[in-house]
Design a protein. Structure first.
Length: 71
C-alpha cells in the first residue's frame, strides 16, 4: 500500500504526507523571501534598494526644487 501511495505522489519515500506539509507551510506565515522584503521595507539597510518602491527620479526633482536648483 505504501508503494501505491508513493506512486500517486501523496507521500514521500519516507512516508510524509505531501499535502499535509504544503498546507502547514501555507498557514505558517511569511516565506523567507517575503520576510526579507518586509524587513527591508520596514527597517531599511544596506542592499535593500531592490525592495524599495521609491521613485528615484521623483526624489531627485524634489531635491532640486528644495535646494533652489543649486548643483
Amino acid at each position: 500500500m505504501k508503494e501505491n501511495n508513493q506512486r500517486n505522489g501523496k507521500y514521500t519515500v519516507a512516508g510524509t504526507d505531501i499535502d499535509a506539509v504544503k498546507e502547514q507551510s501555507r498557514r505558517s506565515g511569511l516565506s523567507y523571501n517575503e520576510a526579507k522584503e518586509w524587513i527591508a521595507k520596514t527597517t531599511g539597510g544596506r542592499g535593500t534598494n531592490i525592495y524599495s518602491d521609491t521613485n528615484a527620479e521623483e526624489v531627485k526633482q524634489k531635491n532640486q526644487h528644495s535646494n533652489g536648483n543649486q548643483q
